[in-house]
Write a protein that binds this ligand. Structure first.
Ligand SMILES: Nc1ncnc2c1ncn2[C@@H]1O[C@H](COP(=O)(O)OP(=O)(O)OP(=O)(O)O)[C@@H](O)[C@H]1O
Ligand SMILES: O=C(O)c1ccc[n+]([C@@H]2O[C@H](COP(=O)([O-])O)[C@@H](O)[C@H]2O)c1
Length: 212
C-alpha cells in the first residue's frame, strides 16, 4: 500500500483566550494549504511573554477544546503546556518529528504577520525551517515583508507560504481588557469560550503588569 504523507498545520500560540481570529486563521490555512489537520498548540511558557505568566495551561486547553469542538479537522497538542520549560518552537518541532510526525508529514507552522516580523529573533529559526514551512496570515498593523526576512534568514527562501485572509482586528489582549472592564466579548470568542471565561472568573483581576 502506498502511504500518502499527510499535510499538517501546527498553530502555536498563547491562546489566552482563543478567539475568532485564531479560528478563522486556522480554517483559512487549512483550506489554502489543503491541510488534513490543524493542531492548536498552546505554549506552556511563551518565550516572548515569560515575564508575567499567562492563565494556567488547563484553562487555555479547556477553552481551546470548547473553541474547536465542532471542527473535525482541528485538534490540540498539549506537549508544551505539559512541560515546565520555556516553549521554544525549534525544540518542540524536533520532538514532534521524533515522536509523532514520523512518516514524512509536511508540516506548516502557522503564525500571524506580527509573529513573522520577529521570527528571525526566535531561538534557532534555521532549525525551525528545517522541520516545517511557515504559513503566514496578515494581521492589522503588520506588513509581511519576506524580502527583509530573507535578508536576515536566507533559509526562509521558498519555505514561507502567505495565506490570503481578511484582516481581523481581534486580539486576546483586547478581550482580556474587555472582560476586566465589564464590556462585551460576544462574537469575539465562541459562546462556549465566553461562558468558560465567566464561570472561571478569568481576566477579572489581572495584575497591573499585564504581559505584553
Ligand atoms: N487576529 C489575528 N489575525 C492574524 N493572526 C492572529 C490573530 N490573532 C492572533 N494571531 C496569531 O496567532 C498566533 C497566536 O497568537 P496569540 O495566542 O498570542 O494571540 P494574540 O491575540 O496575539 O494575543 P495577545 O493579544 O495576548 O498578544 C500568533 O502567531 C498571532 O500572530
Ligand atoms: O521559539 C521561539 O524562540 C519563539 C519565540 C516567540 C514565539 N514563539 C512561538 O510562537 C507562537 C506564538 O507566540 P505568541 O507569543 O504570539 O503566543 C507560540 O507557539 C510561541 O511558542 C516561539
Amino acid at each position: 500500500m502506498v502511504r500518502i504523507a499527510s499535510r499538517v498545520g501546527i498553530f502555536g500560540g498563547t491562546f489566552d483566550p482563543p478567539h475568532l481570529g485564531h479560528l478563522i486563521v486556522a480554517e483559512l490555512a487549512r483550506d489554502a494549504l489543503q491541510l488534513d489537520t490543524v493542531y492548536f498548540m498552546p505554549a506552556g511558557k511563551p518565550p516572548h511573554k515569560y515575564r508575567s505568566a499567562p492563565s494556567a495551561g488547563r484553562h487555555r486547553v479547556a477553552m481551546l477544546e470548547r473553541a474547536i469542538a465542532d471542527n473535525p479537522a482541528f485538534d490540540i497538542l498539549t506537549i508544551e503546556v505539559e512541560s515546565e520549560r520555556i516553549s521554544y518552537t525549534a525544540d518542540t518541532l524536533e520532538t514532534l518529528r521524533r515522536t509523532m510526525f514520523t512518516h514524512g508529514e509536511t508540516l506548516y507552522f502557522i503564525m500571524g504577520g506580527d509573529s513573522l516580523a520577529y521570527f528571525h529573533t526566535w531561538r534557532d529559526p534555521q532549525r525551525i525551517l528545517r522541520q516545517a514551512h511557515l504559513a503566514v496570515i496578515a494581521r492589522p498593523g503588520w506588513t509581511i515583508d519576506l524580502e527583509t526576512l530573507e535578508t536576515h534568514l536566507p533559509e526562509a527562501r521558498g519555505r514561507v507560504e502567505i495565506v490570503n485572509a481578511p484582516l481581523i482586528e481581534i486580539s486576546s489582549s483586547d478581550i482580556r481588557r474587555r472582560v476586566r472592564e465589564g464590556r462585551t466579548i460576544r462574537y469575539f470568542v465562541p459562546d462556549s469560550v465566553a461562558e468558560y471565561i465567566y464561570t472561571h472568573h478569568l481576566y477579572v483581576n489581572v495584575p497591573t503588569t499585564e504581559y505584553v
